[in-house]
Write a protein that binds this ligand. Structure first.
Ligand SMILES: [Zn+2]
Length: 327
């Protein structure tokens, strides 16, 4: 672990007066300490973009600013969800912002409640296809605790959506936990499941390095749809019919881990930290964001609370992610 990350973990633990602090035990809102930036190409547009994370005051939320469009602001919130297929896009007054999920997964898992994300193009950089470069960026940014209580969205009644063989549900739980099941008829994938209690530490260790993936047989079709123009072996795992086109995996079940990462990034659009279990079964961005919209539209299923979870109940949480089965 880089020393900056250890420092950040210590800052959080110190702020709480306990060791092993998790994002669900935070009483006060967080922002970042200082502005940081990075740049790279967009996965779908291949357009080079630069992003800059800037500290923001309490109750701002995560707000994107298109600096190429007069600082037009788009809040990372379910009401701004637009066209969603192979990436999650936000749209407000016709202004689009694409592929938000990996950065949002990093911010949400780290408990960063308030930050401006300045960007000079319509798509976030894909970098290495995982959330690791964004975690490194957040390590450089540091954490600032703000003098405003953190409000959680606590689910009190289950909500489920299904569509063919795919489904997603959200259930009452003290901590923020996700479970993701996938099943791809491919010798490297098969059935995989990842379950994790989401904290800065677990996300950083278990999910952030997991990269997005694509199949060689889909590449021509996706390109014809105007997608993955910036895709390359530097930013995605590419699967041939019987193996990997190049390189090796970072985890045997890197695929379900990446799906869990994507899910967390989409859940960030709830706009508040979650106290809930989310179970996704062969779901994708479209179902994730439908769940977010449906939850926000059903206020009888949740309450807002400043109550935090006792640290001891968050400590027993991590179940090792492992392949359920792979042929
Ligand atoms: Zn992804």
């Amino acid at each position: 672990m880089p020393s900056q990350a250890i420092d950040n973990a210590r800052i959080i633990a110190k702020a709480l007066g306990i060791q092993g602090a998790t994002s669900n035990t935070l009483s006060y809102q967080l922002s970042i300490q200082r502005s940081v930036e990075t740049e790279g190409v967009g996965l779908h547009t291949a357009v080079r973009s630069r992003i800059r994370l800037v500290p923001a005051p309490p109750d701002t939320g995560i707000v994107f600013r298109r600096v190429d469009l007069d600082n037009f602001e788009i809040e990372a919130h379910g009401r701004n969800v637009a066209r969603v297929s192979y990436a999650t896009s936000l749209m407000k007054n016709g202004v689009l912002l694409s592929t938000t999920e990996h950065l949002l997964a990093a911010l949400y898992s780290c408990g960063i409640d308030n930050v401006y994300v300045e960007i000079n193009a319509l798509e976030l950089p894909i970098l290495d296809g995982s959330a690791q470069p964004f975690m490194d960026l957040l390590d450089r940014a540091g954490i600032r605790q703000l003098r405003r209580r953190r409000r959680y969205l606590k689910v009190v009644k289950p909500l489920e959506i299904s569509e063919g063989g795919r489904r997603i549900g959200i259930y009452p739980a003290d901590e923020f936990r996700v479970r993701c099941y996938i099943d791809f008829p491919h010798p490297m994938i098969g059935q995989q499941e990842t379950e994790i209690v989401v904290t800065r530490e677990t996300f950083s260790r278990e999910l952030a390095p997991a990269r997005t993936f694509t199949f060689t047989e889909d590449i021509d079709r996706l390109r014809a749809m105007g997608l993955i123009r910036g895709g390359s072996l530097e930013n995605a795992i590419v699967l041939t019919p019987d193996g990997l086109l190049e390189g090796s995996l970072r985890f045997p079940n890197e695929f379900s881990r990446h799906k869990a990462l994507d899910l967390i990034g989409d859940l960030a659009l709830i706009g508040l930290p979650l106290q809930a279990l989310v179970v996704a079964h062969k779901a994708g961005h479209a179902l994730h964001t439908r769940l977010v919209s449906k939850l926000l539209a059903e206020p009888s299923h949740w309450i807002e609370t400043t109550e935090t979870v006792p640290a001891e109940s968050s400590a027993r949480t991590v179940r090792e992610t492992s392949p359920v089965h792979a042929d």
